[in-house]
Design a protein around this ligand. Structure first.
Ligand SMILES: [Zn+2]
Ligand SMILES: [Zn+2]
Length: 83
């Protein structure tokens, strides 16, 4: 079965609609101000931040950490997984 992940927080769902109908605690607009966003890359054993290259074994752990090269400013946002 395919799993779908939120790009912002790493929440896993078995369907796209299961993700995009629920609020995301790490949405860039603010806590629960937007929905989970589908991560459009494939499921990997390792995810790399598209801004700084930091890698982690899960989207959840990657997006939990602030990113030193985030476009909004140094540590102003979290790592974001590259596709
Ligand atoms: Zn989310
Ligand atoms: Zn990063």
């Amino acid at each position: 079965m395919t799993n779908f992940y939120c790009e912002h927080c790493g929440t896993k769902s078995s369907s796209v609609s299961g993700l995009t109908t629920h609020p995301c605690g790490k949405n860039p607009l603010g806590n629960n101000k937007g929905k989970h966003k589908l991560y459009e890359g494939s499921e990997k054993s390792k995810y790399t931040c598209k801004y700084c290259g930091t890698s982690s074994s899960s989207i959840q752990s990657l997006t939990a950490q602030p990113c030193g090269r985030h476009p909004a400013g140094n540590n102003k946002g979290k790592h974001s997984p590259a596709l």
